[in-house]
Design a protein around this ligand. Sequence first.
Ligand code: NDP
Length: 271
Amino acid sequence: MHQAALEKCGIAARYGRLHIRPEELSAALQLLVQNDFIGTNLTIPHKQTAMDLMDEVDGQARKMGAVNTVTIEDGKLIGFNTDGPGFVRAIRAEFGVDVRDLRVLLLGAGGGAGRAIAVQCALEGCERLVLVNRTFEKARALALELQPHFAGPRLIGPVARLEAVPWADDALRAQLQHTDLVINATSIGLNTASPSPISAALLLPHLLVYDTIYTADKTPLQQAADDAGARHANGLSMLLHQGALSFQIWFKRDAPIDEMREALLRFARKG
Ligand code: NDP
């Protein structure tokens, strides 16, 4: 995706992949500075620990507690987070709606992607956020952390604005009556032969269903959404938009989004 963008814009640079162990991160970042790198993306397990290794951290990244994009300017490491804003753009692009206007139910609130999405939903001030996770304690801890964002006086009926609920059919059925957007941030469905994380029988036609798993094919959750008559999309758009925002940070210009999307699709089709 990034190499396609660099080529489209005539920028003589390469986007490469470096395998860095946790104990090597600090030295690796300094090597990037010394070797005139423009910047880097960071992924698991570095996003949180990198916060303390930056010379400056952008406000959004500070709120998320994680850095996924680093730009190097005048020898300084400046950290950003494009995961949350990338998710918001993806929802707008796929469904033509803003996260802040939605009642969101998030499956997999205990993982890294789930946390980024939950925090972004809270920062956006979404209408309602329901956190679901196999390990319930993690969803409950995150709900406690996000509580201050939902303290405001918004009138949306008889249900709470922020809840952690157990992963059980009865609880999900009740919650989905008061939901607009269902998100899968679990790894269930990475294998397309696996069952959907939530069955078609529980889904309702009014729902927007977003699976963060990225693939050129329909995920099991998307199949279930189809069966229920609900609209759906998968995580290719989230991956695309977080990448496009990183490109904008590094090069201070708009990203060639069509070329990036094409490159991502080519990659996804290769499986
Ligand atoms: P993590 O390992 O951090 O989290 C995994 C999550 O899945 C946890 O909530 C875990 O629950 C849950 N989970 C795993 N197996 C099961 C199961 N059998 N039943 C119920 N819940 C389960 O992974 P990430 O957050 O990094 O990734 C999660 C998903 O997000 C992946 O599918 C990945 O492809 C996608 N992703 C998409 C991105 C995009 O740009 N589109 C970016 C990053 C990730 P528990 O806490 O109980 O273990």
